[in-house]
Design a protein around this ligand. Sequence first.
Ligand code: GDP
Length: 401
Amino acid sequence: MELVEIVILAVVIALVAVGLVGGLVVGSRKKKQLPPPPPSTPTITPPAEPQVGEEAETPRDEARRTIDEVGLPDATAPVEEEAPVAEAPALEVPEPTAGRLVRLRARLARSQNSLGKGLLTLLSRDNLDEDTWEEIEDTLLTADVGVAPTQELVERLRERVRVLGTRTPEELRTLLREELITLLGPDFDREVKTEGGAETPGVVMVVGVNGTGKTTTTGKLARVLVADGRSVVLGAADTFRAAAADQLQTWGERVGARTVRGPEGGDPASIAYDAVKEGIAEGADVVLIDTAGRLHTKTGLMDELGKVKRVVEKHGPLDEVLLVLDATTGQNGLVQARVFAEVVDITGIVLTKLDGTAKGGIVIAVQRELGVPVKLIGLGEGPDDLAPFEPGAFVDALIGD
Ligand code: GDP
């Protein structure tokens, strides 16, 4: 071998040796930089994640989720048997609505004793003097009939009793019955409208101050509609009261009505909108929307109910806006009625808790106040204790027939 060749060979050997050592160094560095072994719970590792270099050292594990959390199927897990389908609870068959007021007439006992029977006893006195007429007036005012209707009624009774001369109890009863029915407005259309449009369901919005029985009434009304053969979707737009949506859903489930609900404190208008959308998709007959009734400020209420109404009306016009009033709150109820009437166009009134009051006259007063008929009355906490309001049957319950 010539010297030149020996030198070249030596250089090549030296280069190879350096390369090997360098490779080992890099290799060992690479090894050191490998991420720690995976924890016992498998983590989802993106396939493109570099295994070496700086990036791999950033603590990405924090953001990683387990298979269970991500919900991906675990290939090693045995195939789960399909969960048995929970048996749907048997649906209740609500009572037919016809004749409910007659069935529930005994619930008006307190009003009956103070208003109906009280008036008949007074009118039956032999001597109908000024004091007696004043007592009659007081009886009507105490029963929340309201000042103007009371004066009208007393005037008419005085006139008719004078014409009658001698009075039999039966004549007095007939006379009082007629006058009370007149005062209740027998010509009001009290049907709860739920016709809707050709492609859209009937939409009923239920408004009122929280605590009046709004949600309960919405649930009871769903049963009334189901009893009449209609299909119903409920909208839980009372997102203010925590339990309201659960409460409404329970009412719905009992009669097979779906409830559309949103997050607590969510936007009532969007829930109302979705409920009608669901009603259209399902081909439901009626959508009932329960709303929140916070009377914190009139502007707040106006904004909220106004928005719910506007948004719902994007689907089509509302059929009814029902105002729920608690009959036991007397004058306070009338104040509420006035505020709500300024905010939305009320088309009907539901008077709840008439079973717990002697003040059945509020029916007359509130109709006068709003010029809108009482369409339904609540006579108890039972699921079918909501009755269509019929003036004749109501007066009969008050004065006996
Ligand atoms: P909301 O806050 O207006 O939705 O009120 P709820 O629907 O939760 O009702 C408040 C309370 O009033 C509940 O305990 C109901 O059972 C009760 N309630 C509703 N309607 C009637 C009724 O007609 N008679 C009686 N006695 N209680 C009623």
